[in-house]
Design a protein around this ligand. Structure first.
Ligand SMILES: *Cc1c(COP(=O)(O)O)cnc(C)c1O
Length: 342
């Protein structure tokens, strides 16, 4: 790898986005207080804005989405309870199994459908009867977007209504729910209707340096606030971070459409090289790379300032620090790779 090349095009994730000048200014000017006492006016404003926008009674600011999801699961489920979740879902697979490890909540992982949700019949079959042998099934957890795919709105309504009819609660890991909202030209309230709680990341495509918001009823958020403190997430002058979130909500939501457009352009260009590429729905492009090319392609791209998580099933992510011009440069770097013909 050529260490003289700065990585000017980073396609590994939308988490790599840096705070813009305007966002930094908003952070510098934020009014703050001790949020564990509930005294931070900027945190309180972010929580009020998010609750209003998504149509929930209350909301709570967290340092990370992992902690927001975990506190939500702990607010819904007690020790020995169970939640139904996708095999590849973030709360199950990418959070070290925190629900089981830290909260004594049993996950029941289930296969996904192609759209990213879990088939209603599969959910139905996994709900345990009231029997001393079984954990108590309490919660259905879905994720939207899932691997860059937008859950169909009709499916979400059907699955959440079914869960409620069977006495379950519903949680949405909406880390990238704004990508789904922009893609569907939906609105916040419609996109999350049916869920008892929703976790939203501000630190992905929205470009804030840190922070997630959990949405729910007043009693749920009261419980989640207690768990957040136990999990070490009680922050003090957190308004500095909340100001970045408020800025992101104002300036960085509609522009997600540009990331989706750039993903489509990137996918089309890679397909022209003869690669097997999934048609992207939002800001993630999945492309298959033959095993023999992985190491050489990583090196080739790195030398051209393109950083990407190249693997057999490569994920390339577009975001606000990857302009259209950078997409063209990235494609040029892929095109120049001499190995495709072999
Ligand atoms: C990023 C992400 C989260 C939260 O991750 P943190 O890095 O802890 O903020 C949760 N779910 C999904 C689907 C994510 O992509």
């Amino acid at each position: 790898m050529n260490s003289n090349v700065p990585f000017s095009i980073d396609l590994r994730s939308d988490t790599v986005t840096g705070p813009s000048r305007g966002m930094r200014a908003a952070m510098a000017e934020a009014e703050v207080g001790d949020d564990v006492y509930g005294d931070d006016p900027t945190v309180n404003r972010l929580q009020a804005v998010m609750a209003e926008r998504f149509g929930f009674e209350a909301s709570l600011f967290f340092p990370s989405g992992t902690q927001s999801n975990l506190a939500a699961l702990m607010a819904h489920c007690g020790r020995g309870d169970e939640y139904l979740v996708g095999q590849q879902a973030h709360t199950y697979k990418y959070e070290q199994g925190g629900a089981a490890v830290l909260a004594s909540i049993q996950p029941q992982p289930l296969e996904h459908e192609a759209h990213g949700g879990i088939a209603i019949e599969r959910i139905a079959a996994a709900i345990k009867p009231d029997d001393v042998h079984f954990a108590r099934t309490r919660l259905l957890a879905l994720e939207n977007t899932f691997a860059g795919r937008v859950l169909p709105a009709a499916y979400v309504l059907e699955a959440t209504a079914f869960a409620h009819a069977r006495g379950l609660r519903t949680h949405l890991d909406g880390a990238r729910i704004f990508n789904a909202i922009v893609k569907l030209r939906s609105d916040e309230r419609a996109a999350v209707s049916g869920f008892d709680s929703v976790s939203v990341c501000l630190s992905k495509g929205l470009g804030a340096p840190a922070g997630s918001v959990l949405l729910g009823s007043l009693p749920l958020i009261r419980d989640a606030r207690r768990w957040r403190k136990a999990l070490g997430g009680g922050m003090r002058q957190a308004g500095i971070l909340a100001a970045a979130g408020l800025y992101a909500l104002e300036y960085n939501v509609e522009r997600l459409a540009e990331d989706h457009e750039n993903a489509a352009i990137l996918a089309a260009g890679l397909r022209d090289l003869g690669l097997k590429v999934e048609l992207p729905q939002t800001n993630m492009v999945y492309v298959d790379i033959a095993a023999g090319h992985i190491d050489t392609l990583i090196e080739h791209l790195a030398a051209r300032g393109v950083r990407a998580s190249i693997g057999a099933h490569t994920r390339l992510v577009t975001h606000l620090d990857v302009t259209r011009a950078k997409i063209d440069l990235a494609l040029q770097a892929f095109r120049e790779y001499p190995g495709w013909s072999r």
